[in-house]
Design a protein around this ligand. Structure first.
Ligand SMILES: Cc1cc2nc3c(=O)[nH]c(=O)nc-3n(C[C@H](O)[C@H](O)[C@H](O)COP(=O)(O)O)c2cc1C
Length: 289
């Protein structure tokens, strides 16, 4: 199932257009849109658009989704909640989440501090009646087989799908960085969050949430020196703004997870998904023996 992030300053008309594309491409199969929970009130029309357009599946992540899950359920849609801590699973289930996505620190983009396997094992044990998907570090048949064997009902992938021909959200330079990077080249960092907060007035991310990105030139200089960054914001902000305008992959966020290890080339998305699923199936069959 395909799902895209709807929290985007491009606004309601952009979202309507994207929903139409997703609906047309999915035919009679399901598709969804995702929201960053603490930013729903910042762009309130976007959730209204998703619900009035009849999007069948709506996902939330990173903070208490209760008020938004209630609205999704009232609209008759399915609610997915991506969680980063075991306490958040309780909040999501009590709010009425139909599906949980357990996201580990291995994930690309924003994520929490807990690693996938211990968190997944606890959530699967504690909520045996809720479908659970695993996210973070999955880009191969081996990692898919591992989470299914651990009790997940499915997997949720981000990073691997960026390095596909169909993905037009990122540049070819970005895709090449995903091909050449290894898991140890990614870091969980607040550097870009500080800059985005200061530059665009974006509200701070919830406690414990930061973004995993490839350690490019900019991060090599700044990661781990956030206090220094705060004191030099006036100097660094204009350089960052220029890098964003120029789409410079050495000085902007190359969001990517440890799953870059499973990316050896830019390929068609259908090939990628089929290969991961077929490899996982073969591995699981061989384990049965
Ligand atoms: C470029 C990028 C953007 C992302 N944006 C969002 C987002 O807007 N909302 C969200 O809930 N998760 C977001 N994620 C995280 C994914 O939902 C997912 O947890 C993650 O990609 C899974 O790990 P993987 O990247 O190792 O496959 C993003 C991930 C990436 C790589």
């Amino acid at each position: 199932m395909g799902l895209f992030g709807a929290t985007n300053p491009a606004g309601p008309d952009w979202l309507r257009e994207q929903i139409k594309i997703a609906r047309d491409m999915s035919g009679d199969r399901p598709y969804g849109v995702g929201f960053i929970s603490h930013l729903v009130p910042v762009f309130p029309e976007l959730l209204d658009v998703a619900l009035s357009e009849g999007v069948p599946i709506v996902a939330f992540s990173f903070s208490d989704p209760s008020p938004w899950v209630a609205r999704v359920k009232e609209a008759g849609a399915t609610a997915i909640c991506q969680i980063q801590k075991v306490e958040d699973a309780k909040i999501a289930v009590e709010a009425g989440a139909d599906i949980l996505v357990v996201q580990g620190n291995e994930a690309g983009g924003h994520t929490g501090r807990a690693n996938l396997m211990p968190l997944l094992a606890r959530v699967v044990d504690e909520y045996p009646n809720v479908p659970v998907m695993a996210a973070g570090g999955i880009a191969s048949g081996r990692s898919l087989a591992a989470v299914l064997a651990a009790g997940a009902d499915g997997a949720w992938l981000g990073t691997r799908l960026l390095a596909t021909h169909e993905c037009d959200e990122v540049s070819s330079d970005y895709k090449q960085m995903l091909v050449s990077a290894r898991s140890e080249d990614t870091v969980h960092t607040q550097v870009f969050d500080f800059l985005d907060e200061a530059s665009f007035g974006i509200p701070p991310w919830p406690q414990g949430i930061a973004g995993r990105a490839v350690l490019n030139h900019f991060l090599r200089e700044r990661h781990g020196r956030e206090e220094d960054l705060r004191s030099k914001l006036g100097e660094i902000q204009p350089l960052y703004g220029q890098a964003l305008t120029e789409n410079d992959v050495s000085r902007t966020a190359i969001w990517a997870g440890e799953s870059v290890d499973g990316i050896d080339s830019v390929r068609g998305v259908s090939d990628v998904i089929h290969e991961i699923c077929n490899d996982a199936q073969q591995l699981l069959e061989s384990l049965r023996g």
